[in-house]
Write a protein that binds this ligand. Structure first.
Ligand code: SF4
Length: 304
């Protein structure tokens, strides 16, 4: 669906505006601290982001991260669920009023791209690390019911490090019962490459185990960012090790009677905090897709 929207955009006059809007995932919108609407190719419309990590702390330190942690985070630096609820309510009223068309980032965009598709936990750190994550999921379910927006998805974009925590599991179960999806990051096949790119005290095996357990219970997409770093592209051995991990996740989900929703491959589109990160071209991503298919992956693989 997302690819169709991308192709459709090539035929209308607002292509450049749309491309700019896709690239603009700034978390600053209006006077909000936590809530930010973006046009998401992957969501196929507007995704209402919720940043639960306004302190900008993360348990990964990805070389391609766009969060500048060399500067002090803006105030406030702690979550206030009541204030987040106010921002959400204000943002929804704004969207109902004119689909954000008066906001600079959405000007000249065809209204067909301004439909609201999801609420998405995605911020300046790992969303599930926020103590308020479960409470926020409950709040979104309540808002969906009150505002007659039950068709909206609730997405959490996660590095999967904390999916095993009981409080997070409970929140994921609530999400799953309310059109929820997990978009789990898997950027590597070997521990060495994982530490080079994602730089975390967690091990890649832990990430795989958590993704497997989640995929056996909940709707889940794998998101994989591939980039060149310090003039080195991912090696064929790295991609093979990655494909083996995806294969294990797919098989385990299948064994539990579940199906992976999608594998998303993408590269850098925005400014990264590490200067030595470069985007990979479509051909490179197509080769990774090809490798996944040669390993027998049945899940749909999409390049964004
Ligand atoms: S997991 Fe996300 S927020 Fe954390 S360092 Fe990586 S890209 Fe940045």
């Amino acid at each position: 669906m997302d690819m169709k929207i991308e192709n459709a955009s090539l035929n209308n006059g607002s292509t450049n505006s749309l491309k700019d809007a896709w690239a603009d995932h700034s978390r600053q919108f209006d006077k909000y601290h936590w809530v930010y609407p973006v046009i998401s190719r992957r969501a196929g419309g507007i995704s209402l982001g919720i940043n639960l990590n306004i302190d900008t702390i993360c348990n990964f330190d990805c070389v391609y991260c766009q969060v500048d942690r060399t500067v002090a985070p803006p105030q406030p630096t702690h979550n206030d669920v009541e204030k987040i609820a106010e921002e959400l309510s204000h943002a929804l009223a704004h969207w109902r009023h004119n689909k954000f068309q008066d906001a600079p980032r959405f000007q000249n965009i065809d209204p067909s791209f301004l439909e609201l598709k999801d609420f998405c936990f995605s911020g300046d750190g790992e969303p599930t690390s926020a103590p308020e994550f479960a409470e926020m999921v409950d709040l979104l379910v309540q808002i969906k019911n009150q505002e007659n927006l039950n068709y909206l998805k609730i997405v959490v974009i996660t590095n999967a490090t904390l999916l095993h925590r009981p409080a997070v599991q409970k929140a994921l179960a609530t999400m799953a019962a309310n059109r929820g999806e997990i978009w789990a990051k898997l950027d590597a096949g070997t521990e060495e490459y994982f530490q080079r790119i994602n730089r975390s005290r967690y091990k890649l095996d832990h990430i795989e185990t958590n993704i497997i357990n989640a995929a056996q219970q909940f709707p889940l997409r794998i998101q994989s960012m591939w980039c060149a770093y310090r003039n080195e592209v991912p090696s064929p051995a790295e991609i093979e090790a990655y494909a083996q991990r995806v294969l294990r996740i797919e098989a385990a989900a299948h064994q539990a009677g579940h199906k992976l929703l999608e594998i998303q491959l993408y590269s850098v589109v925005r400014r990264t905090t590490e200067a030595e990160v470069q985007a990979l071209d479509q051909e490179f991503l197509l080769n990774i897709k090809e490798a996944l298919m040669q390993f027998g992956i049945k899940t749909s693989v999409e390049i964004y």
